[in-house]
Write a protein that binds this ligand. Structure first.
Ligand code: BMA
Length: 337
């Protein structure tokens, strides 16, 4: 038996594995859980992040507008399935860094915001997202209540996407996964890990994993990037990630999983050769960007080992899928590269 290190979440959204299902991850039968009309201004709602909050759930949602601008919005839910998403994007306050009171804050001006992650860490919820600042980089903010949000310095120089925090310090440091990128659709992508003492200055950048070249695992041959906040287990950090192949019709995004060393998480213990979820359903294959499943959040119940994965579908709607810590870790080990 593999074990999640973390508290109980008895109200985690859940459906049992369907009879005869041979795959390690199965979809919620009511998918998509959020359609295009997630709020009054959305053309699409996808690549979004949720956490347990005050007996229910809260989240930060990527809603692209009817002009196809990208921003992030607060949502709330009692069951993790039915969501109410605000109609106005998050307005950030900013924390003047010590000695920077004369600062004009130019780097905090909104350019675009997308693909948020939310991580409960110590005493607050940190939000990380792809933040436009002369190219994409990683924005960082925190909130205690999902009402007031305080923005910190961008973590990295552009260009970078997919900033994903670890839910606790390791070796006395905050850790963040990311995928350095270019300013476009990025035909490459490796996962790196960076460390910080204070959530402002990030360094000690370690390589974690690269795309797989050759025919061994073609679905992750173009780029890989971190998905949800890693789940701590007794076997290591369980990381769900996206892997991309370049086809004659463009990129196809699938999901994989890996186990990272608990103390030195840049060390990959196991990594799936086979994908764990791929765009097969109509709502994953047809939309504004076809053939994309893109995970940004996972809920985990330390008591039962249940895991609920939230993922963007075809850059248009939001899906929910399930697995357990046993299913996923056994699969990762049995189908490892
Ligand atoms: C990535 C990001 C994601 C998106 C994906 C597929 O580069 O822009 O937000 O889901 O491409 O279009």
């Amino acid at each position: 038996m593999n074990r999640i290190v973390g508290g109980a979440l008895p109200h985690i959204p859940w459906q049992d594995k369907p009879e005869g299902c041979k795959r390690p991850v199965w979809r919620y039968t009511g998918n998509p859980i959020i359609g295009r009309e997630g709020n009054r201004v959305s053309n699409s709602v996808f690549n979004s992040a949720v956490v347990p909050f005050e007996g229910g759930f809260a989240g930060v949602f990527r809603c692209d507008s009817f002009s196809v601008s990208m921003d992030i919005f607060v949502g709330r839910s009692s069951d993790g399935i039915h969501w109410t998403i605000e109609d106005t994007p998050i307005q950030f306050e900013r924390e003047a860094a010590p000695g920077k009171s004369d600062d004009d804050g130019e780097r905090f001006a909104r350019e675009y915001r997308y693909d948020p992650r939310v991580c409960f860490l110590e005493d607050r919820y940190y939000i990380t997202w792809c933040n436009g600042y002369h190219g994409p980089t990683i924005g960082v903010a925190y909130t205690f209540d999902f009402k007031k949000f305080v923005q910190l310095e961008n973590a990295f120089l552009p260009c970078n996407r997919n900033g994903v925090l670890f839910p606790r310090k390791i070796g006395g440091m905050y850790l963040m996964l990311s995928r350095p990128s270019d300013n476009g659709h990025t035909p490459f992508g490796d996962i790196f890990i960076s460390q910080s003492r204070d959530m402002e200055f990030w360094g000690r950048h370690h390589h974690v994993m690269s795309p797989v070249k050759g025919d061994l695992s073609a679905w992750q041959g173009t780029k890989v990037g971190p998905g949800p906040v890693p789940i701590e287990t007794d076997q290591g950090w369980l990381l769900i990630y996206h892997g991309v192949i370049t086809t004659c019709n463009g990129f196809v995004y699938r999901m994989g999983a890996a186990l990272l060393d608990l103390e030195q998480p840049w060390k990959v213990l196991y990594r799936t050769r086979d994908y764990i979820l791929a765009p097969h359903e109509l709502y994953e294959c047809v939309g504004d960007v076809p053939n994309v499943v893109f995970p940004c959040a996972a809920l985990a119940d330390g008591d039962t080992g249940r895991i609920a994965i939230y993922y963007g579908c075809a850059d248009t709607v939001t899906g929910l899928a399930f697995t357990t810590v046993d299913e996923l870790i056994n699969f990762v080990k049995e189908h490892s590269l």
